[in-house]
Design a protein around this ligand. Sequence first.
Ligand code: HEC
Length: 260
Amino acid sequence: MIQNKNESISEPSWLNLPSINLTIKSLFTSYLLTIGLGAILASAQILMTHGMADGELGLSVDDIVYSYHGDPTNSKIEIKLNGSMKDKASDADRLEIIKWVRNGASEEQWNEKIRDIVYTNCISCHSTIPGLPDFTQFEEVKRVAKPKDEGASTSSLTRVSHIHIFAISFIFFFNGIIFSLSVGIKQWFKVLVVSAPFLFLSIDVFSWWLTKIDAGFAWLTIISGIGYSACSAVTWFVSLYQMWVLPRKDKDYKINAWKS
Ligand code: HEC
């Protein structure tokens, strides 16, 4: 016993990525490779669902807006103005109405000029024919001016939000634990890389809700996504490199990465 104790004093075992044993390296590596595969599949899924939301390949602010806020070009009134109501007004008048709808169909602009256009072109039928929306009533115009597709519903956002936060937190936690054992990296940088993803994650989920309410917040979703992807990429590459490449360099790393 005593001899063993002396041995461990003269030859301490250092806790850091290049020095850990094969068992824990295999565990860390299997985890990182699987997570890497998951990240590739997740990116593909994001590109396919959100990325195609605006009809063009590649993720853009518009995609985020369409996914969470809804497609502002897809209101009943715009569809009709390009369809069966196309001949009911001049191109200039139709354009004015469509522009107003896309900008949120405010009551202010309605009073300013849109009401006149609609009164001139539409209410001969849309106030007299039963069953048609009565466009002398602002509420009825507003109703057909709403995007048909209103983006993500509150219930689906609530569900996805908490699942996303719980699940992704675990990924960041394990990534962080592994990366914390790295050598030769400044403490402040480690602190940043292990904790920033959690902040970005919260901002990400928060930004979905903000974007649902106001399309102007879509950039926040993109920035937070880039933020935690960048941090994860750093932890992933550094950890694998230090476990498998650094030990071949025949250098002893005499540090305990978890001690301050
Ligand atoms: C000559 C009569 C007539 C005029 C003028 C007219 N509409 Fe219509 N509108 C209809 C009829 C009939 C329908 C139902 C058939 C259809 O949807 O095509 C309709 C349907 C609609 C609908 C779908 C309503 C719903 O709830 O399904 C919208 C929106 C609409 N019109 C907008 C307009 C606008 C905007 C104008 C003015 C630029 C206009 N209409 C002028 C006759 C008219």
